[in-house]
Design a protein around this ligand. Structure first.
Ligand code: HEM
Length: 172
């Protein structure tokens, strides 16, 4: 996806379904930054890391038959870029008029932002990080690689000698 190299260490093990966390512990896209802090601080992430993680929404899209939300965040949803931040700051976002959950829409009507995305630019402490990542793709890549690695490794019972694996991209 043309993003930064993210080291990977195997070690997360399968567990029985009874070990699943109860519902309601994932972030709720309909809520704002108080809620995001409740969810992510618990796992040891700070405001900068919450904003860096949200940049993953450069990829993929929302599906009405899954979350109920609809559409992609960027025009290139298979390529990791800092477009999520530039679009969030530079587009005019309007509440979409539709028979669905509250979400924002750009003027082309081709892109969307969740209430939880839009909340990042309304939050005094988080907005400066959106601005930094919008200006500096290298900084976003560096911080994203670090924080996504932290997320992937949370709670993994590694053997102490587990070395990271670096997957080389085929066109590098
Ligand atoms: C900040 C809190 C977050 C909220 C509220 C949130 C919410 C959502 C929602 C509602 C969807 C749409 C699901 C669907 O309809 O298929 C989605 C998709 C997605 N999210 Fe998040 N998310 C958050 C954080 C993250 C993080 C931390 C990552 C990864 C580092 C991530 C990566 C993605 C990706 C790649 C998709 C697209 C999936 C697809 O195309 O099927 N999100 N997110």
């Amino acid at each position: 996806m043309q993003g930064p190299t993210i080291p990977y260490r195997p070690g997360r093990i399968d567990k029985d379904a009874s070990a699943c966390t109860p519902d309601g512990r994932l972030p709720d896209a309909a809520q704002g930054t108080d809620h995001l802090r409740n969810i992510f601080y618990r796992m040891g992430f700070n405001d900068q890391e919450i904003v860096a993680l949200a940049g993953a929404h450069a990829l993929g899209r929302c599906h009405t038959d899954r979350s109920g939300f609809d559409g992609p965040w960027t025009f290139s949803p298979t390529v990791l870029t800092n477009d999520y931040y530039t679009l969030l700051l530079n587009e005019k976002w309007h509440i979409r008029k539709w028979d669905g959950p509250k979400q924002y829409q750009d003027k082309t009507k081709g892109l969307m932002m969740l209430p939880a995305d839009y909340a990042l630019i309304q939050d005094k402490a988080m907005r400066p990080w959106v601005e930094k990542y919008a200006k500096d793709n290298d900084l976003f890549f560096k911080d994203f690689a670090a924080v996504v690695n932290k997320l992937f490794e949370l709670g993994v019972p590694f053997n102490p000698d587990t070395k990271p694996i670096i997957f080389k991209s085929s066109n590098a």
